[in-house]
Design a binder for this molecule. Structure first.
Ligand code: AMP
Length: 415
């Protein structure tokens, strides 16, 4: 069966065509600069590369261009779009409405729209992708997979902020958490990989990429996570500051004559690794600069490792211990030196590392703790697309496509 996976941004559309039986990616591509001069679509299907620059004024035109690329006679991967069994959409913010993936119907569209204030940059773009698909492929079932839904199991003590409760009740201000599909995938996969039961297991998942978050997972369910109302909270990131004293916002705004929005823009786009180092938001550049003696890059690198260490300590305390620690995403999978910095001097936690397994290991499932370590430390490459494809497949099998799905139906809760 072929599932199309879409991740729509405000001016971009990433797509993957997955063969679910073989778990093969038949084609993947991206439309860039939608609605801007210089729109372009690029696709690879095996060793075939398709590229076309053409004006695309909106997401409808981008989806139409994607359909032409996917069905291109020589360079495509499909004879016709009817081969696509369903479309799975990555959606940033499900708010409190969605604790699992859902078949998209009018109520779901409305709920994604209601959550726009919580995900003002991503939700409108995700919706544009969904609506364009509904117009262009009206008979193909569509599924929404939310970045937030895995974290909906957090208890109140973990998700409420220490601010007047009316802001939670009235404005829904609380911790939501993100990267849920990744935390869910690696926390489940690591149990399969180690041959252990998720029930009774305490796991800390470290998704470390350009955006980074950690999650504490007990019995397969998230009990805490480092990102908050927005993806700004938590550890230091590529361009985001991570957690800081909120008074910093007021202080910069007053001192520099900036609006709150302008300061938030700095915290989101010009802080983190790039802000501290002045070098780059990419960890490879930070490493290169630090290795050649750049003091600011050395501090940025140390801050990143230190902030991850602190969350690991906090989550171990929150769960009353930890059994498994997982590293994933661009930095977590590939940057063995960062993993080493994080995991050094963690014997107090019950971790005994085997650095001969860690050092030089990239993007491969592997236990990097010693055989007799009480806490297993494991690298698991993330696979968010696989989660989106399998949720989509499961939901499409689960209900008749003409039925209007109720997203609170227990059938749609994932195990
Ligand atoms: P992501 O957001 O998951 O794509 O991760 C981006 C971050 O991962 C960047 O800081 C990169 O430096 C790092 N990264 C991605 N791929 C590699 C790689 N092959 N080797 C080292 N670092 C990598």
């Amino acid at each position: 069966m072929k599932i199309l996976i879409l991740n729509a941004g405000s001016s971009s559309l990433k797509f993957q065509l997955m063969e679910t039986d073989s778990r093969r990616i038949a084609a993947k591509g991206m439309v860039e600069r939608i609605g801007i001069e210089g729109s372009v679509i690029k696709q690879t299907a095996g060793d075939k590369i398709y590229k076309n620059e053409q004006p695309m004024k909106d997401h409808d035109e981008a989806i139409a261009a994607m359909m032409r690329a996917l069905t291109h006679t020589e360079l495509g991967a499909l004879k016709d779009m009817g081969e696509i069994a369903a479309v799975g959409h990555r959606v940033l913010h499900g708010g409190e409405k969605f604790s699992a993936s859902v078949i998209i119907n009018e109520a779901v569209i409305e709920a994604i729209r209601e959550n726009i204030p919580l995900g003002p940059l991503h939700n409108p773009a995700n919706l544009m992708g969904i609506l364009a698909c509904r117009r262009i492929m009206p008979d193909t079932p569509q599924v929404a997979v939310f970045d937030t839904s895995f974290h909906q199991t957090m208890p109140k003590k973990a998700y409420l902020y220490g601010i007047p409760t009316e802001y939670y009740k009235r404005l829904k201000i609380r911790r939501y958490g993100f990267h849920g599909t990744s935390h869910r995938y690696v926390s489940a996969r690591v149990c399969q990989f180690l041959g252990i039961n998720p029930i009774g297991t305490r796991i800390i998942t470290c998704h470390l990429g350009n955006g980074s978050s950690l999650a504490a997972v007990v019995d397969g369910k998230c009990v805490d996570t480092s990102m908050g109302l927005t993806p700004l909270e938590g550890v230091l990131m590529g361009t985001r500051s991570g957690s800081l004293d909120p008074a910093v916002v007021q202080f910069i705004a007053n001192s520099e004559g900036l609006t709150c929005d302008a300061v938030l823009d700095i915290l989101n786009k010009k802080s983190g690794l790039i802000g501290v180092s002045g070098v780059s938001s990419d960890m490879r550049d930070i490493d290169a600069a630090a290795d050649s003696g750049n003091e600011d890059a050395i501090v940025a690198r140390d801050m990143l490792a230190y902030s991850i260490k602190k969350y690991i300590g906090a989550y171990a305390a929150a769960m009353g211990g930890v059994d498994v620690l997982v590293f994933t995403a661009g930095i977590g999978e590939n940057n063995w030196a960062l993993r080493r910095r994080v995991m050094e001097d963690m014997e107090w936690l019950g971790v005994k590392m085997d650095f001969s397994k860690n050092d030089c290991l990239r993007a491969q499932e592997c236990v990097i703790s010693a055989d007799d370590s009480r806490v297993k430390v494991v690298v698991i490459p993330t696979d968010e697309e696989m989660v989106i494809a399998s949720d989509t497949l499961e939901l499409v099998h689960c209900i008749d496509k003409n039925t209007d799905a109720d997203y609170n139906d227990p059938r749609f809760r994932l195990g």
